[in-house]
Design a protein around this ligand. Structure first.
Ligand SMILES: [Zn+2]
Length: 297
């Protein structure tokens, strides 16, 4: 999981969201807020204007999703299909039409795993969790101090680390009573990131894939003539412009960078960068082309 990058969305779309949210905010009774939030959300594409605003929101969310195909911001394996509220709207109606509360997620993460699971810390400086159930029986949550790592605000890589051998996430913080440890553990549990069999296998494949991509890339960078370069590219559709070796290398460098950043499981690539100094095999690769340490989405 990665921190979602910030983008600015059109003012008209933001105003539409503000307008919808104000209808909920004006109500004082919490239960009524929750009920109205549900109705407004279900009807969010009713008129043509509403439809166009929400189609645009979905498009913008796909831009900040993982890879070029709009992979889910949580599992990074499945193509995203819907707008996910990080803070569930059934518990936090005040965040129903809030751009900063949206992510692009897949059906599995959104509908089967996270659903409306959410927990907050009892109070600031406390590491005691309060699990909120859906609608919290129409009792307003005591605060919004989330236990679940919020990729719109937090950097999940500060909390969890991917083991590049096993494909499993590890909790960085060792003190099991700390907030950081509890946040990491709860997020991994809610999304079942270490338990979904297919997901671990898929992550391991991604690790191999990034290695192969990067090694191919290094072969290209080390080519000392256009002839050698041509041989490296026989399996691709890439056509050399036959200008100069340096020109082709810089063109290919950009293409590879784009290709690497458009893959699923981008967290794997970020971990390869982060662990470059500690793992010999990575160190050797990145030492040959340190520029790739900066490739980021
Ligand atoms: Zn997912």
């Amino acid at each position: 999981m990665l921190k979602v990058r910030d983008i600015s969305i059109p003012k008209g779309v933001l105003n539409h969201l503000l307008n919808q949210q104000s209808k909920i905010d004006i109500i004082t009774d919490y239960e009524q807020k929750v009920r109205l939030s549900k109705t407004l959300w279900q009807n969010k594409k009713k008129s043509n204007a509403q439809k166009s605003a929400f189609n645009r929101i979905e498009k913008e969310l796909q831009k900040i999703a993982i890879g070029s195909s709009g992979y889910c911001n949580y599992c990074e394996a499945n193509i995203g299909t819907n707008i996910e509220h990080v803070y569930p709207r059934g518990l936090f109606p005040g965040k129903t039409f809030l751009w900063d509360n949206y992510l692009w997620a897949c059906k599995q993460c959104n509908g089967r795993h996270k659903v409306a699971q959410f927990a907050v810390f009892e109070s600031l400086n406390s590491s005691k969790r309060i699990k909120l159930v859906k609608d919290y029986n129409f009792i307003p949550p005591p605060n919004d101090d989330t236990v679940f790592i919020n990729p719109r605000v937090d950097n999940p890589m500060d909390y969890i680390k991917l083991d590049l051998q096993s494909g499993l996430f590890q909790i960085i913080e060792k003190n099991a009573n700390s907030r950081a440890y509890k946040r990491a553990k709860y997020t991994l549990e809610v999304l079942q990131l270490n338990l979904r069999e297919g997901l671990i296998e898929d992550r391991k494949k991604a690790i191999k894939n990034y290695f192969v991509l990067f090694q191919n890339y290094l072969k290209i960078q080390n080519a000392d003539s256009l002839e050698v370069l041509k041989k490296c590219l026989t399996d691709t559709n890439y056509r050399l412009a036959n200008v100069s070796l340096e020109f082709e290398k810089s063109r290919l460098s950009l293409l590879f960078q784009k290709s690497i950043l458009s893959q699923k499981h981008l967290t794997v690539w970020k971990e390869m960068q982060r662990q470059a100094a500690n793992l010999e095999v990575l160190k050797t690769m990145f030492d040959e082309f340190p520029e790739a340490l900066k490739w980021s989405y």
